[in-house]
Design a binder for this molecule. Structure first.
Ligand code: DAH
Length: 344
């Protein structure tokens, strides 16, 4: 038994040297001191010894156990230190290194154009108004003097959704919502998305943006409309820009007009005009629809047309952004290609 004990001691001390991790060390400890460990088993066998031998063997066994325990403990300290040092090395963080900068986006050209137009109008005393993208048929059509079977509906290929609602085909319903609030006078612009069942090409998209304008007060007349929209066009495109108003038809205005601006590409110059890419030889560029708010529309919103009058206008924003930023394909505005958007 004595030899066996000495053998265990020598082997254990040798194995101890070979351990490289705390885990190795623990396995070794279990193999010796665990319930089924080598030393434990020997100590258990002591009962079989003679009364004479037992104390001697007990003494040897105890001293070996103590010696091994001390050696294990020492090894543990060494390995723990080494593991800590390795962790410190591998998990080292240099707090003085510069951080990774978050990628800063830029404003989308549509956002920029909306902000620019809003600034022009708020500068003239208008407020910004909004309305829902999903509208009632009433707000999008009926209240705007477009009843159920009116041909004006055909011009706007509409997405109808459940419950008789529509994805608004124009921002004009915001006019109705504003007038329904019952606070007069009104001077608002309302930018936002509109939806039409159009196929996508370089100048069309089923989702696009419009900006609506509405002014209602006592004594508002066509002169106010022409003045406000001319100042707007000159602020946006330059003081030299001229405006012209062509008679047109919209169900919700009477009289109605389309406003053109003199082409800022060729300036209406007879020599440059024929080859001008912007106005295609016209000298004029169509910018928006407008008119005096139809008495029926005022009445629909509880406003007395004998006491109040107003003007309204609406314009598509993609075309303005495309002209402003020299973009030749509307799809670029919706592709979300970062390489394109980064340029703005
Ligand atoms: N809603 C019209 C459209 O989508 C644009 C428009 C024309 C709005 C005349 C107006 C207006 O407010 O007075 O084509």
């Amino acid at each position: 038994m004595r030899e066996k004990l000495l053998q265990i001691k020598d082997e254990t001390l040798a194995n101890l040297e070979k351990t490289t991790t705390l885990r190795d060390l623990d396995e070794l400890r279990v193999a010796i001191f665990g319930k089924k460990g080598e030393l434990t088993q020997i100590l258990r066998g002591m009962g079989a010894l003679s009364a004479e031998e037992r104390p001697k063997m007990g003494e040897i066994a105890n001293s070996i156990r103590q010696e091994l325990e001390t050696a294990l403990e020492a090894r543990k300290t060494t390995l723990a230190g080494a593991e800590m040092a390795a962790a410190m090395e591998s998990e080292f963080i240099d707090v003085t290194l510069p951080g990774t900068r978050p990628i800063l986006g830029t404003k989308h050209p549509m956002t920029m154009i909306i902000e620019e137009l809003c600034n022009i109008f708020t500068g003239m005393g208008y407020e910004i108004a909004t309305g829902p993208d999903i509208e009632t048929d009433y707000h999008n059509f009926q209240a705007l003097n477009i009843p159920a079977h009116h041909p004006a509906r055909d011009e706007q290929d509409t997405f109808y959704v459940e419950g008789g609602h529509v994805l608004r085909t124009q921002t004009s319903p915001v006019q109705i919502r504003k007038m329904e609030e019952g606070q007069l006078p009104i001077a608002i612009v309302a930018p936002g998305k509109v939806f039409r069942s159009d196929d996508i090409d370089a100048t069309h998209s089923p989702v696009f943006h419009q900006m609506e304008g509405l002014v209602v007060d006592r004594g508002i007349h066509m002169g106010h409309l022409k003045g406000a929209l001319t100042v707007f066009a000159q602020t946006l495109f330059g003081e030299d820009v001229k405006t012209r108003f062509r008679p047109h038809h919209f169900a919700f205005t009477e009289p109605s007009a389309e406003m053109d601006i003199s082409c800022f590409g060729c300036g209406g110059d007879a020599a440059k005009m024929p080859t001008c890419r912007l106005c295609k030889g016209e000298g004029w560029i169509e910018l928006l629809g407008c008119g005096m708010v139809h008495p029926n529309v005022l009445k629909n919103c509880g406003i007395n047309p004998d006491e109040y009058s107003g003007f309204a206008f609406g314009m598509g924003l993609e075309r303005i952004a495309m002209q402003r930023y020299n973009i030749d394909d509307m799809r670029l505005l919706f592709d979300n290609d970062i390489r394109f958007l980064k340029q703005f």
